[in-house]
Write a protein that binds this ligand. Structure first.
Ligand SMILES: [Zn+2]
Length: 250
């Protein structure tokens, strides 16, 4: 049963490709050029660039060590998710009090220790499922494209003046910040919630934990953190409550 559900989820998922992501000097120039022609950048190129951006972001963040309790807990929770879903996912914990998590289109998911401290395992699983939903549904890619296009317009002149080489890492870092802080639409949020909710059922978690996760986030208010990029927690909690009660009636 579980296998069947996972398979049906996997079928609705476009396969992620794997790209080489070595940073090299030639990328300095290509970054400037692709920024200028952002509208023509393919989805595959954007995913590859987002992997490069993550490399920059990971270097700047305080990443939890592999033997830390945070990483052990996250590993236990995410287990074989990527393999089960046919997705190229990778996870890291950032050590920060901020209550947040985010995903980029290459399948990199970053979970902040502040969020892990704030949630129990099942609530955390829902938030991770929600983030995977943004990857699978293409929302993370859409956000990256918007960031890329607007940065291309801003940076085009600087790149052409030969400053591209020195821009690379900072441009990539800025793009990452813009993309992960972009606010998703109500529709994107609802669909990502639904994805997370379904994933909980597939993995035998109590779907009510999705409601408590969203209520906990709503209780934080809208100032910064997860709710600023994934708004309207209270309404979303009610939506999940309705899903649970509708399924109970069947
Ligand atoms: Zn979201």
């Amino acid at each position: 049963m579980k296998f069947k559900l996972v398979t049906s989820l996997a079928l609705s998922i476009a396969l992620c490709l794997t790209w080489a992501c070595e940073l090299d000097t030639s990328r300095a120039i290509s970054a400037g050029m692709t920024l200028i022609s952002a509208a023509a950048v393919s989805d595959g190129q954007l995913k590859e660039e987002s992997r490069n951006m993550r490399a920059v972001g990971d270097r700047e963040a305080k990443v939890a060590a592999a033997n830390s309790n945070y990483v052990k807990r996250l590993d236990r929770l995410t287990g074989s998710l990527g393999k089960d879903l046919g997705l190229d996912l990778n996870f890291k914990v950032y050590l920060t009090d901020e209550i947040n998590a985010n995903a980029t289109p290459d399948g990199s998911i970053r979970v902040y220790s502040g969020l892990m401290d704030y949630m129990n395992d099942e609530e955390l699983f829902f938030v991770i499922g929600h983030e995977i939903g943004h990857v699978v549904n293409g929302d993370a890619l859409d956000a990256m494209r918007v960031a890329y296009t607007s940065a291309g317009l801003r940076q085009g002149a600087a790149s052409m003046s030969g400053a591209a080489a020195s821009l690379t890492d900072s441009v990539l870092g800025d793009l990452l910040e813009t993309a992960i802080n972009a606010q998703f639409s109500q529709k994107q949020e609802s669909e990502a919630d639904e994805y997370g909710y379904n994933l909980m059922k597939v993995y035998g978690k109590n779907p009510a934990s999705a409601v408590s996760a969203l209520n906990k986030l709503a209780a934080l208010g809208s100032g910064g953190g997860f709710l600023s990029s994934h708004p309207d927690g209270a309404r979303r909690a009610k939506n999940i409550e309705k899903m649970i009660s509708d399924e109970g009636k069947r």
